[in-house]
Design a binder for this molecule. Structure first.
Ligand code: AN0
Ligand code: CP
Length: 324
């Protein structure tokens, strides 16, 4: 695995999940694999879980870790080519990323979409510019369209908690006060469509995801119907893809409630976090036995550690091919 920016970089998904579960049982068994290797974690946006779990994962593998809030701690970066840089951006990504590549062996990057220009967001401009100019493997910490470390975590968690071979997994849209990216649902759909699950997406009209992500998953437009018989309820808000970046609906009927959870097959409740209580999901659900959101967030470490191990092995193969 050279880069990890989407499901396409995971050539054997069940194997990756199994490796992560083994890693969870023996977290320090590869504690020298990253010795003398440095990962730089660059954040254009806020983070709690991704920031801490990726640091911990890298440290468990013996890596050195550097973390920077881009823009806030460093200079503001210009991403477009050929611009006359007379605005507020003091540095171009071509120098900044190349310099970061001098210091790091792997570069992790979080950069949310603008939610203004769909074409630019879905072209993954920032991610691609960093890939082009660092010259180093890139680990996505959530880009404009995807959050693959989250989805791998989600699959690991479903594998851990499932009670049947092919559980019914429902991704349900839920209301929110802010316009949020489509990254988490895009990735979740992409990974579920490649997994042994019976997958349904529920959302109000106008919230259809880009077809490349929703694939052939059935869509349900009723806030209750999809809950019937579900084994996993995965809630997430996202803004509209069609009417790009807009909030089209705030109907509280889409909030996850105990009443709706009672329609399920004693489903587990999942959310990537951060979550707004009593907007996305009511207290009673988060405080109940249904909720596995804390265990899910705990698994972020094993997802990141498994991916980093694969990336380090691939680096080592390049550096010393005679050893392999
Ligand atoms: C972000 C999002 O929806 O993509 C990050 C989630 C992991 N959430 C918020 O900004 C609240
Ligand atoms: N789930 C997730 O990525 O959380 P953070 O935004 O806090 O990193």
């Amino acid at each position: 695995m050279h880069h990890f920016t989407s499901i396409r970089d995971a050539y054997n998904i069940p194997q990756l999940v199994n490796e992560a579960l083994l890693m969870k049982r023996a977290p320090y068994s590869d504690c020298f694999i990253g010795k003398n290797k440095t990962i730089g974690l660059l954040f254009f946006n806020s983070s709690l879980r991704t920031r801490l779990s990726t640091q911990k994962a890298a440290q468990n593998l013996g890596m050195n870790v550097m973390v920077m809030n881009v823009g806030a701690d460093s200079w503001q970066l210009e991403m477009n080519e050929g611009v006359i840089m007379n605005g507020d951006k003091a540095e171009h990504v071509s120098e900044a990323a190349a310099v970061i590549g001098q210091y790091c062996d792997i570069v992790g990057l979080r950069s949310f979409p603008s939610l203004v220009n769909r074409e630019e967001d879905y072209s993954e401009l920032v991610l691609n510019q960093f890939m082009k100019y660092t010259g180093k493997p890139i680990l996505s910490l959530e880009s404009a369209t995807r959050h693959p470390l989250q989805s791998l975590t989600d699959l690991i968690t479903i594998q851990e908690y499932k009670k049947t071979a092919r559980p019914k997994v429902v991704l349900t849209w839920a209301p929110h006060v802010k316009a949020l990216p489509q990254c988490v649902p895009n990735s979740f759909a992409e990974w579920m469509n490649h997994s042994e699950v019976d997958f349904t997406i529920a959302h109000p009209k106008g919230y259809e995801l880009a077809p490349e992500f929703s694939g052939n998953a059935p869509i349900c437009y009723d806030p209750k119907e999809a809950f019937e018989g579900a084994d996993f309820i995965y809630a997430k808000n996202w803004s509209s893809y069609q009417d790009y970046g807009k909030i089209l609906n705030s109907d509280p009927a889409w909030m996850v409630t105990m009443e709706k959870m009672n329609l399920t097959n004693q489903a587990k409740f999942m959310h990537c976090l951060p979550v707004r209580r009593n907007i996305v999901v009511e207290d009673a659900v988060l405080n109940s036995e249904h909720s596995i959101v804390i265990q899910q967030a705990g698994n972020r470490v094993w997802a990141a550690q498994t991916v980093l191990k694969e990336m380090l092995l691939s680096l080592a193969k390049k550096e010393s091919p005679y050893l392999f």
